[in-house]
Design a protein around this ligand. Sequence first.
Ligand SMILES: Nc1ncnc2c1ncn2[C@@H]1O[C@H](COP(=O)(O)OP(=O)(O)OP(=O)(O)O)[C@@H](O)[C@H]1O
Ligand SMILES: [Mg+2]
Length: 257
Amino acid sequence: MDVEKIAIISGKGGVGKTTISANLGSVMAHVLGRDVTIIDTDISSSHLGVHLGFHQNPATINSVLKGEHDLEESVYEHETGVKIVPGALNFEDTKDVDVHGIPKLAAEFEDDTDVLLFDCSPGLDRETSAAIRSADKALYVARPSFTSVIDVIRTQSLVEELAKDSVGVVLNMVRNKKYEVTRNEIESFTEMDVVGTVPYDTNVEKSAAQGTPVTIYDPHCRASRAIEELAITLLDESPDRKRSSVFRTIREAVPRL
Ligand SMILES: Nc1ncnc2c1ncn2[C@@H]1O[C@H](COP(=O)(O)OP(=O)(O)OP(=O)(O)O)[C@@H](O)[C@H]1O
Ligand SMILES: [Mg+2]
C-alpha cells in the first residue's frame, strides 16, 4: 500500500490542527492498526509532543534539521502506537533551522510507515510550504467562522500552487450556534467537502491538560467519536471493519470500560 502523506493545515492559528493530528494519528494507529508517524512541522511554535505527553525530548525535528541528532533518535512512540517526531519547546532551538530539509527528512519514513501526518504551523510561511511539499495532500481544519474559512481559501491557493491535492475540510469546535458558518456555506465557499465535523467538547481541553489524546481519555465523548469517524473516512475503511475494530480496540485500550 502506498503511504498516505497528509498535511494538516488551516492558515488560521488555534483552530485545532495539533488536536486533530494527535488524535487522528492515535486512532489510526490504535484503532485501525496502521503504522502512523506524525511530524511536527510547526518548527517555531511546536505543541505536538505536549498534546501526547512528551515534554522532555532531547532529539527533535529542530535538532535533526540542524544536524545535531540522527532522525531515528527523534522518533518517540506513544502508548497508542503512534510515532511522533516532536518539535523543540525552547526558543534557542528554533534558531538556525533550515526548514527546506523537511521534505528530505519526511521521505525517509516512506518505507516504514502507512500514514505520515504533518502537523503544520499557522500562517503560510516557509514551514507550512515545506510541510505541504512533503505531503501528497492537504486536510484543512477550520472553525465555523468567516475568518477561519477565509484562511482556508488562502491556504488552498498555496496548496494548488504547490500542485498538491486537497482532501477536504474538518470543521472543528462546532457548537451549532446560529451565528456559526454552516457546513453548506463552507462547502460552497471552499468548493471542498466537509469530511468531518468535530463538536466543541470540553473533554478535548481536559485531555490536552493531561497530555492524553481525547480518543483515549474518553473514547465515547462526542469529539472522540467524531475523530474516529474522520479517521475511518480518510482511510476509507469499510463499515464492518469500522464497527468491530473501533469497539474491540478501544476496550483493550481503556481497561475501565
Ligand atoms: N473540538 C474541540 N473542543 C474543545 N476544545 C478544542 C477542540 N479542538 C481543539 N480544542 C482546544 O483548542 C486549543 C487550540 O487547539 P490546537 O492547539 O490543536 O490548535 P492549533 O490549530 O494546532 O493551534 P496553532 O495554530 O497554535 O498550532 C487547545 O486548547 C485545544 O485543546
Ligand atoms: Mg498546533
